[in-house]
Design a protein around this ligand. Structure first.
Ligand SMILES: [Zn+2]
Length: 80
């Protein structure tokens, strides 16, 4: 069982949704291509390439999901 979590992107302030099971180590990219989340460890070059694709959603910037007592929050992070 996996639940959907909603975050506000710290870069572009748009909401995005992730499956809890997709979070893995907590590093994600705010972006999806045809509803498939992009590689959470995609490089800056890859992310900039994705941004130019027609089917991409999100800003493709790196976000760190941090678990807090009352839920998860999204923070800015590096391309790691
Ligand atoms: Zn964003």
């Amino acid at each position: 069982m996996s639940s959907l979590l909603t975050f506000v992107c710290p870069h572009c302030e748009h909401k995005f949704v992730m499956e809890e099971s997709e979070i893995a180590c907590g590093i994600v990219r705010h972006g999806a291509i045809n509803d498939n989340p992009i590689n959470p460890h995609a490089s800056k070059e890859e992310c900039e390439k994705y941004l130019k694709m027609p089917n991409v959603r999100g800003c493709c910037k790196p976000v760190k999901i941090v678990k807090k007592e009352d839920g998860y929050i999204a923070e800015v992070c590096d391309y790691i």
